[in-house]
Design a protein around this ligand. Structure first.
Ligand SMILES: Nc1nc2c(ncn2[C@@H]2O[C@H](COP(=O)(O)OP(=O)(O)OP(=O)(O)O)[C@@H](O)[C@H]2O)c(=O)[nH]1
Ligand SMILES: [Mg+2]
Length: 373
């Protein structure tokens, strides 16, 4: 017998056979739209596998601005599988001549400062002016807390739907170092795909800011009045990484407090070294919610790029970042090779124990292991 259709929240829903005929609305078994197990099509057959892309397909898709291929190319460069990494490196080598054309912008701030809301407001504005914008998230903590990716997607709902915008949640899996590598390479893919503005969003919870600063041209710190200096990293030197500080949520009852915080911030800035030579760090007010001040933030951002480009600072920073990154990669790979060495692995536990129990000084132990590696 075909399952009768009942209504649930006003929507007709098919009811499974095992549900008693007299079951009222409290009987919580319904076949929900979209509740199929992953990989199973409507007919109960496995969904068709996606076509494997060749290197040329990836290059053509990215250069041809095919959003689906761009997303897959980023997945490829994010992959930790050795087979994918080889292809990813070939892809990056092919794309490299087409990179470098975007304004690379980092945006940070404590949880709840309004980063996503701000990026949505700015992003919609940029798209309306004809820019193409990619937003990449760096949030190693999201692999632990789980939910923030979805939350971010929802908060950038309008932007998500605009042609010319591309939003990529944080790569899963791992250490800040791993996430930072993936994000750097994702920036390159986005540039090769013709995005002229790439925003890297990160939650300001410690080391993230430094990692993002080292991969962007312009770094914006979003703050809120009254959240406490300690929390917002003022004492941890985050302010000194910033090219522009924005006191967000300057609206309604909060406007007066935000204005006072702005004056205080401008005082503090007089005593600090600017993050970029030749550019005085700016402090501004904005409301991501109403959009007030968001246009001014972009005007200042463009001003920054004009100044840094003509002084040569932009070029110098990018070269220094590339060299610094190469050294970081060398360090990472030496370390991985060292710990993978069979003779190190054979001795490591014993040496660790000797150090822990105080029988061997740490330096002597390190030197002994390095001899083996
Ligand atoms: N009044 C006011 N509320 C804002 C403003 N910007 C953001 N909010 C609100 O602040 C809350 C947090 O905003 P988000 O944009 O999610 O903040 P976020 O910094 O991305 O937060 P995380 O992703 O959790 O780190 C939301 O409820 C927003 O609606 C603003 O300018 N004014
Ligand atoms: Mg957010």
């Amino acid at each position: 017998m075909a399952a009768p259709v009942q209504t649930h929240d006003g929507c007709p829903q098919p009811r499974p056979d095992w549900v008693p005929d007299d079951a009222g609305p409290g009987f919580a078994t319904w076949i929900m739209e979209g509740a199929r197990p992953a990989g199973v099509s409507l007919a109960g057959k496995p969904a068709p596998r996606r076509r494997t892309l060749t290197l040329d397909d990836y290059v053509a898709g990215v250069r041809g601005r095919d959003a689906n291929v761009i997303a897959r190319a980023i997945t490829l460069v994010e992959s930790n599988a050795p087979a994918h990494q080889a292809l990813a490196q070939q892809l990056l080598a092919k794309l490299l001549p087409h990179t470098g054309g975007a304004r690379r912008i980092g945006i940070t701030g404590i949880p709840g400062a309004g980063k996503s809301t701000f990026i949505e407001a700015l992003g919609c504005d940029l798209i309306a002016r004809g820019h193409r914008l990619a937003v990449l998230a760096v949030d190693p903590s999201s692999t632990i807390s789980g939910g923030s990716i979805l939350a971010d997607k929802i908060r950038m709902e309008k932007l998500c739907r605009l042609p010319g915008a591309f939003i990529r949640p944080s790569p899963s899996g791992g250490s800040l170092g791993g996430v930072a590598r993936k994000t750097r390479e994702a920036i390159l893919v986005c540039e090769a795909a013709g995005f002229d503005v790439v925003i890297v969003e990160t939650v300001g919870v410690g080391q993230n800011e430094v990692a993002v600063r080292s991969m962007v041209d312009f770094f914006l710190v979003l703050m809120i009045a009254g959240a406490g200096d300690e929390m917002q990293g003022i004492k941890k030197g985050v302010i000194e990484l910033a090219d522009t500080l924005v006191i967000n949520k300057a609206d309604g009852d909060n406007r007066a407090r935000a204005t006072a915080a702005l004056a205080e911030m401008r005082r503090v800035l007089r005593y600090l070294h600017p993050a970029t030579a030749g550019w005085a760090t700016q402090a501004l007010l904005a409301s991501a919610l109403t959009g007030d001040g968001v246009g001014e933030v972009w005007r200042v951002t463009e001003d920054f790029f004009k100044t840094a480009r003509s002084s040569g600072e932009l070029e110098r920073r990018r070269r220094a970042q590339a060299v610094e990154w190469m050294h970081a990669l060398i360090g990472e790979s030496l370390r991985a090779r060292f710990y993978a060495s069979p003779s190190v692995r054979a001795r490591l536990a014993a040496v660790e124990q000797a150090v822990a129990s105080g029988r061997q000084p740490a330096l002597a132990a390190a030197l002994e292991l390095l001899e083996l590696g």
